[in-house]
Design a binder for this molecule. Structure first.
Ligand SMILES: *[C@@H]1O[C@H](CO)[C@@H](O)[C@H](O)[C@H]1NC(C)=O
Ligand SMILES: *[C@@H]1O[C@H](CO)[C@@H](O)[C@H](O)[C@H]1NC(C)=O
Length: 372
């Protein structure tokens, strides 16, 4: 008799507990980077780098195929990884209204198309959020977290969160475009440019660490010498890549990897930097595209092969750019970005692959790693 009134209370407690446990089990993800992972921040900027009109997003289920600002037909690599780690919803763009409360749940996306490691990268596109500013925005999110959870609560919350940094492509694209100010006449040598990128990135990563980041994925630069935009500009025939561009990228990735190894040694076991080898994975897909089920690894699905490479949808077929029939059969969505089909393959390898894909551990191991 006496226990009866307690029953609902116990049930309620159990429900609250399971809700709490459920929340703890889903990933919190803070995303930094460029258009490869922008989830819509550039929609809120005055910029030439935007993916806010159809057919961008045509295969993105959560929006019903409407554009979200993602620079691909469906999900980005970061979206696929977060979903695989149990995200209830994807981190919203920082600049979207009311995004701030996500800081204490699933995380926030700070990435911005046309941005780079170096502040001056992307000036040609006018608006963009350079990495330095993305981290300043995270600092503001962190102040919100401290308000909600206190300094101690924030610290242990961030210990579990996954940070990913996908940046560097635009720095390299700009380096090879002589018309861009600063990157113009007296261009520094490729080794010196790689060093600028790595040393500036190191400063940004140290700052993220000071703000509480402990599980940090740094994505290397992919084989940009093989993307339609670069091949067209450098007059590289189908099936080939610009050796000059790819060689600069391999040199940069090597220096990046060495720097991350060194950080792992200096920081001890309570911080992990994971190097994501997108270069070799993506290169492997392009070389063996048929084995992966693709039919075209040369042309963009949308926008065509020649400048200005714009992918857009007008009122009818005559006022729209070219759009391929089967998006799942193309490696490239537009002249710069891979299709969702490619993103799915890359994400799977980064999540579950061996050291050739991601080192020293893969992303699933990083997610399971406990830092106290
Ligand atoms: C960062 O890059 C700039 C070039 O944009 C360079 O002048 C500067 O020395 C670099 N900073 C560091 C710390 O390497
Ligand atoms: C598109 O253009 C062609 C000729 O250029 C014309 O025959 C056709 O009717 C146009 N289609 C639409 C939907 O306007």
């Amino acid at each position: 008799m006496e226990t009866m009134p307690h029953f609902p209370l116990i049930l309620l407690l159990l429900m609250l507990m399971s809700f709490y446990v459920f929340k703890c089990l889903s990933v919190t993800s803070f995303v930094f980077g460029d258009s490869l992972v922008d989830a819509g921040n550039n929609d809120f900027l005055f910029t030439l780098s935007k993916a806010d009109s159809p057919p961008y997003g045509i295969d993105f289920t959560p929006s019903g195929g409407q554009p979200t600002g993602r620079f691909t037909n469906g999900r980005t690599i970061s979206d696929v990884v977060d979903q695989a780690l149990g995200a209830n919803s994807l981190p919203p763009p920082y600049l979207a209204p009311n995004s701030v409360s996500n800081a204490v749940h699933g995380g926030i996306n700070y990435a911005s198309g046309a941005s780079g490691i170096l502040d001056q990268t992307g000036t040609l596109f006018i608006g963009r959020i350079p990495l330095r500013e993305q981290i300043t925005y995270f600092e503001l999110s962190r102040a919100y977290m401290v308000n909600v959870m206190g300094e101690k609560g924030t610290k242990s919350f961030l210990n579990k969160a996954i940070f990913s940094v996908t940046i560097g492509s635009n720095d390299i694209l700009n380096y090879f475009q002589p018309s861009i100010p600063f990157f113009g006449e007296d261009k520094v040598s490729p080794p010196m440019f790689q060093d600028f990128m790595v040393s500036n990135l190191t400063i940004h990563l140290k700052r993220l660490h000071e703000l509480g980041a402990r599980k940090i994925i740094v994505v290397g630069v992919g084989p940009l010498g093989c993307i339609p935009f670069v091949r067209a500009l450098h007059l590289v025939p189908g099936g080939k890549c610009s050796a000059k561009v790819n060689s600069l990228i391999r040199g940069y990735n090597k220096k990046l990897r060495d720097m991350l190894n060194q950080c792992n040694q200096e920081m001890g076991p309570e911080t992990i930097y994971v190097y994501a080898n997108s270069y070799d994975i993506f290169r492997g897909i392009i070389l063996n595209y048929r084995r992966y089920g693709f039919e075209n690894a040369n042309d963009p699905c949308c926008g065509g092969y020649f400048p200005p490479f714009v992918c857009f949808k007008g009122k009818d077929a005559n006022t729209s750019s070219v759009l391929c029939n089967d998006r799942a059969k193309y490696v490239f969505w537009d002249a710069y970005h891979p299709t969702e089909a490619v993103n799915l393959i890359i994400a799977e390898k980064l999540l579950n692959g061996d050291e050739s894909a991601s080192s020293p551990i893969n992303i699933r191991e990083l997610y399971d790693y406990n830092i106290d």
